[in-house]
Write a protein that binds this ligand. Structure first.
Ligand code: GUN
Length: 282
């Protein structure tokens, strides 16, 4: 059997259209505005930031980019964030990761006012998530859930294996799945016998950025396979899954590109829109 391909582009468009419609029909006196902070000159980060800002424009949000040199001190970044926290015309603040080594991701994320932390990476919002409050859930984690919600899958009692342990997706997704009564395994590069774990998975979510990390022999028949990895091979964007072979064994699979990525951008818009509405009522 060949797997059903989960179409992220189509779902992303639906979510965007819904937000654009709500923005258009709302009668707030101002528009939501997302501030995006980009530190250094990482070409992948530049591309992601551009995609996020173009999406903001498509749904009628405003957006402003702050480009900072890679040598910037933590204090200078924190001063900018404080300024944006106090600016009532800014509703969301996103600091693109990864950051240069001299900046602590924890300090930078925790400087963002929790209601403006549209990535959901601050200790406050991760803490809320641990209590089951998904108001500002990481956009990538929400994207994985959104894609899985399009298929007939009862999360309860299913074994999810998340390959990779990042703050951006694995940890928040783990909390969200636990809240749905799933059984969750989160692996890292020291995990022994990864195959033994992945072979038991009903759902595999791979978020490492290592091409062909997950092969056919590592999964059971009819697995649901979600690919969050992004790498470049011969100038082509590829994920972590050996897609061509896995699609013959899986029941559902997400492609790269065109799977989790586009939905993640729409989920960021969704977080920004929801956060904006709360701020307008304060
Ligand atoms: N780097 C990779 N993914 C993300 C994301 O979702 N948000 C931010 N801020 N940085 C990232």
């Amino acid at each position: 059997m060949t797997a059903h391909i989960l179409d992220g582009k189509k779902l992303a468009l639906e979510i965007e259209q819904q937000i654009a419609c709500e923005v258009n029909e709302s009668n707030f006196s101002i528009k939501p505005k997302l501030a995006v902070i980009l530190v250094g000159e990482n070409s992948a980060s530049q591309l992601y930031v551009e995609k996020k800002q173009l999406a903001c424009v498509r749904v009628g949000f405003e957006t402003q980019k702050f480009e900072l040199p890679s040598s910037i001190s933590e204090q200078e970044v924190l001063v900018l964030i404080q300024k944006l926290n106090q600016d009532s015309s800014i509703h969301g603040i996103l600091v693109q990761l990864p950051l240069p080594a001299q900046l602590s991701t924890e300090h930078v994320m925790n400087a963002i006012l929790p209601i403006k932390d549209v990535d959901g990476f601050s200790s406050h919002n991760i803490g809320l998530l641990a209590h089951g409050n998904e108001f500002l859930l990481s956009a990538t984690a929400r994207s994985v859930l959104r894609l899985l919600e399009t298929i007939p899958l009862d999360f309860k009692g299913k074994h999810f294996v998340i390959v990779g342990h990042t703050l951006v997706v694995a940890r928040p997704l783990g909390f969200a799945l636990v809240a749905r009564d799933a059984t969750v395994t989160i692996t890292n590069k020291f995990t022994q016998n990864l195959s033994d774990l992945t072979q038991k998975a009903d759902v595999i979510v791979s978020a490492v950025g290592k091409p062909s990390l997950i092969t056919n022999e590592m999964v059971k028949e009819n697995v649901i396979a979600v690919d969050v990895g992004i790498s470049r091979v011969n100038n082509k964007v590829v994920g972590d899954l050996d897609f061509e072979n896995l699609k013959e064994k899986a029941s559902y699979i997400t492609p790269v590109p065109g799977g989790v990525g586009p939905v993640t951008v729409s989920c960021l818009l969704e977080n920004t829109w929801n956060s904006f509405k709360v701020q307008m009522q304060l």
